[in-house]
Ligand binder design. Structure first.
Ligand code: BES
Ligand code: ZN
Ligand code: ZN
Length: 501
């Protein structure tokens, strides 16, 4: 991945092929530029005075220096109105700069701090650059572009070393986000459950985590009826992937449990989906990818917390061995589920993973991440994840962090009434609750398997990849977004700080 360096330097000091300067809209008297070579300064001044460039959000213009200064060219980058500028704007603008620089074919560039220096700004600028320069070209012969950007320097007005360490930490987290994108983007023919399991095992080995993969027959013996039922229609058998990271100085410290849905391809099964956009169901593994990536980030940063990540992985296929509508399945915690739609498979596999994880690891809190329902996209669109939880404090914590990371999350209510919709005539519960409130009845279903432990469910059906209705952001290239990784890592980092040293 591209290296981000933070250096104290004045505008006219840095030897670079491209210097990016942010300009706020309506504040075109850019003081710092006065330190430039007078001719270059005059050229910029004219561009601004001509109103060829107004600083509107995301706009940009290039100024060539023709040898008058240590930078080959300068990019003026519009930051929009100053009073509207947030960390998310910094992320988007830094991403924009990186995209433009990539188009210009440079190997490195420098970027002046956009606004008043603080930790949030440097973190957001680092994130914007490293997220935007991601590309998935594993299956392309001609890699684009031919020259890759290897280094980006953020120029700041302080020599405190803390800003470099903030950029380094942010880079470790983005490496994990890009890892989530890399596996999320894998085509379904190259990523059956066994492949995902082997990726997880290598990840664990590389980062010193405990890892275990439970195979089909053992799952059956253990009573994981949900995972086995969904998995049995495919020739690629199901896997339950478990990673453990123990970073707390107190090994008795209760862990966080993260559970992620990894349906490597969701055809719907016997209740088969229509053909249109079915290819996008390769992204139905993205919840699991998010969980694996969070584990990677936490381990690479050596956070002082304990975390268990569980990823149930299946392929949901129609065949003569598939589970069917009408089947009644006994789940890991003993509850029975009447299957009324085999396309509601995510909750079937998550239910077993949640119940098993909670019984085995006695976690202090549980998060699950899943591309669970089309209804979540209908409710909140493709830019906001739906969250549903049983613990107000935990849900609020997550939502507040999401406001900062730009990974938007909004809570839906789990009122008692929703449980009525999933009552079954023949079993304890059924796996669908009808169209009304579909994202919430899915969560109501899952709540049967969390045994009173504080729990938040994150439905990323709209946000896990760029799709119809996605608001284009410079830092989210097409495909899997790695949504949720940054916010969950932030939550675990926050928790680390609260622990006694
Ligand atoms: N993986 C899908 C949910 C999904 C659909 C995510 C579209 C992103 C975009 C899930 O397994 C599913 O098919 N859910 C059904 C549930 C229904 C049968 C109760 C749905 O949302 O239609
Ligand atoms: Zn489905
Ligand atoms: Zn699914």
């Amino acid at each position: 991945m591209v290296q981000v360096k933070v250096e104290k330097a004045k505008i006219d000091q840095k030897q670079t092929s491209l210097l990016v300067m942010g300009v706020f809209e309506g504040e075109q008297d850019f003081m710092q530029s006065k330190e430039l070579d007078p001719t270059v300064f005059a050229s910029i001044k004219e561009t601004l005075e001509n109103k060829e460039f107004r600083g509107t959000f995301g706009s940009s213009i290039l100024v060539y220096t023709l040898g008058r200064g240590p930078m080959k060219k300068i990019m003026l980058l519009g930051l929009g109105k100053k009073d509207k500028f947030t960390d998310e704007s910094a992320r988007i603008c830094a991403g924009k700069a990186a995209q433009k620089a990539k188009e210009l074919g440079v190997k490195e560039f420098s970027i002046l701090q956009f606004s008043n220096l603080d930790e949030g700004l440097i973190e957001a600028m680092t994130e914007g650059v490293t997220l935007a320069l991601y590309s998935f070209d594993k299956y392309k012969e001609a890699k684009e572009p031919a020259t890759k950007i290897e280094e980006v320097t953020i120029l700041i007005n302080s020599d405190s070393p803390k800003f470099q360490s903030i950029a380094d930490k942010a880079s470790l987290i983005i490496e994990a986000v890009n890892f989530a994108r890399d596996i999320g983007n894998l085509p379904p023919n190259d990523c059956p459950p066994a492949q995902l399991a082997s990726i997880a095992l290598s990840l664990a080995q590389e980062h010193g985590m405990k890892a275990k993969v439970i195979d089909r027959y053992e799952l059956e013996n253990m009573g994981m009826g949900g995972i086995v039922a969904v998995g049995k229609g495919s020739n690629s058998p199901p896997k339950l992937i478990i990673l453990e990271y123990n970073g707390s100085s107190d090994p008795q410290q209760k862990p966080y449990l993260l559970v992620g849905k990894a349906v490597t391809f969701d055809t719907g099964g016997i209740s088969i989906k229509p053909g249109e956009k079915m290819d996008e169901m390769k992204f139905d593994k993205c919840g699991g990818c998010t969980v694996l990536a969070v584990m990677r980030a936490v381990a690479s940063m050596k956070l002082a917390v304990n975390v268990v990540g569980i990823v149930p992985s299946v392929e949901n296929m129609p065949s003569s061995t598939s589970y069917r509508p009408g089947d009644i399945i006994r789940m890991y915690n003993g509850k029975t589920v009447e299957v009324l739609n085999t396309d509601a498979e995510g909750r079937m596999i998550l239910a077993d993973a949640l119940a098993y994880g909670i019984a085995t690891y006695n976690p202090k809190a549980v998060f699950d991440v899943a591309t669970l329902t089309g209804a979540a996209v209908i409710a909140l669109g493709a830019n906001v994840a739906a969250i549903v939880g049983t613990n107000k404090q935990l849900t609020d914590r997550l939502r507040k962090l999401a406001d900062k990371t730009g990974e938007r999350m909004w809570e839906l209510p789990l009122y008692d009434e929703f449980h009525e919709q999933i009552k079954s005539t023949y079993a304890d519960i059924k796996n669908v609750g009808g169209r009304p409130g579909g994202a919430i009845t899915a969560a109501a279903f899952l709540s049967n398997f969390v045994n009173g432990v504080p729990w938040v469910h994150i439905d990323i059906a709209g946000t896990a990849w760029t799709q119809d209705g996605t608001y284009e952001k410079s830092y989210n290239p097409r495909g899997a977004t790695g949504f949720g990784v940054r916010t969950l890592v932030k939550l675990l980092m926050e928790d680390e700080k609260q622990q006694p040293a």
